[in-house]
Design a protein around this ligand. Structure first.
Ligand SMILES: [Cu+2]
Length: 329
């Protein structure tokens, strides 16, 4: 700190790409402004009325090639901005399908609560290793917040009732500010924290340090018993309820003919409001509505549990122990 810098430090691979686009916008915007102002002054001086008896200047009629040129060239430059911006947007807000390190963040007045799949929990602190694809799944317990880390050049509104995700690849170890960027009540300005980027080795040490309540899969598994999900989804053998094995991350056919992706938002909705999307071949109104009964953090644990029942086939690196246990029963 202390050294003046035009851009905040860059914590991720994509941050540099965002800055490159930003520089492009500044340079193009600056050049356009300079050209327009220089022309205004040049013409004002060059064609000024030099003496009171100068005749009125002769009107000049337009030139078609000139007009086409100054319409089409800026248009093409704007298209570059559009295409470049769209590419970066989709790149940053579309997490890879596999091998992500998923971290669950719940915003509430006025703090960020962070849960790791391995069971660690923190408030206003986020720890991530370099070289991995970190996917954040953001939820809100009350009002709209916005998760903002300037060093990532990423910001996402966190809207109650749904999940928002983005991802990044941490690059530079260090500590970076987290903010809430959406006015959310009197404590809004205190709602922030720190993201710590660590080397993979330091991160392993940090992980070994402190999960006391069990991993998210274990906690989710407990809730799965506690709320009776298990009685329908595992022990019911009459075929009234779908098996949750290998549901996550795959397309689901619904009874109205639509096909949806079983992502976090889908599982969340299936729990809170099961009748919104009913799986093809199953009945409405069998699964109870859990709206208002499970906390946001509990929901996330349930989702991680459901996720663990769908081990990624592509990467044998991370075995989902509980899924293996269940399918062998
Ligand atoms: Cu907030």
């Amino acid at each position: 700190m202390g050294v003046f810098s035009i851009f905040p430090s860059r914590a991720s691979v994509a941050a540099g790409e965002v800055d490159a686009l930003y520089t492009f916008l500044l340079v193009v915007g600056g050049a356009m402004t300079a050209i327009i102002f220089a022309s205004v002054f040049f013409f004002a001086v060059r064609y000024r009325r030099k003496s009171p008896n100068d005749p009125a200047p002769k009107a000049i009629h337009g030139s078609l090639p000139l007009e086409i040129a100054w319409t089409v060239i800026p248009f093409l430059v704007m298209l570059v901005m559009f295409a470049w911006g769209t590419k970066l947007y989709f790149q940053n807000y579309t997490p890879p399908l596999h091998d992500t390190l998923d971290i669950y963040i719940t915003g509430k007045q006025w703090m960020w609560k962070v849960q790791y799949p391995t069971g660690q929990r923190e408030i206003n602190e986020l720890h991530v290793p370099t070289g991995s694809s970190v996917k954040l799944i953001l939820a809100s317990e009350d009002v709209i917040h916005s998760f903002f880390v300037p060093a990532l050049r990423l910001k996402h509104d966190v809207v109650p009732g749904s999940y928002q995700t983005f991802w990044f690849e941490p690059k530079e170890p260090g500590r970076y500010h987290i903010f809430c960027a959406e006015y959310c009540g009197t404590g809004h300005s205190d709602m922030g924290g720190w993201m710590t980027v660590m080397t993979p080795a330091d991160y392993e040490n940090w992980l070994a340090g402190g999960a006391n309540g069990g991993s998210m899969v274990e906690l989710g598994g407990k809730l799965f018993q506690q709320y009776g999900c298990v009685t329908c989804h595992v022990t019911d053998h009459e075929g009234r309820c779908p098996s949750l094995l290998n549901v996550f991350g795959r397309p689901v056919v619904l009874d109205d003919g639509r096909t949806v992706m079983a992502d976090e938002a889908y599982v969340r909705e299936s729990i809170l409001n099961p009748n919104a999307k009913v799986v093809k071949g199953y009945k409405h109104d069998i699964m109870p509505v859990f709206e208002g009964q499970i906390s946001e953090e509990g929901l996330l644990q349930l989702i991680v549990y459901v996720k663990s029942l769908s081990p990624p086939t592509a990467s044998p690196a991370k075995p989902a122990a509980s899924a293996a246990k269940r399918s062998s029963k």
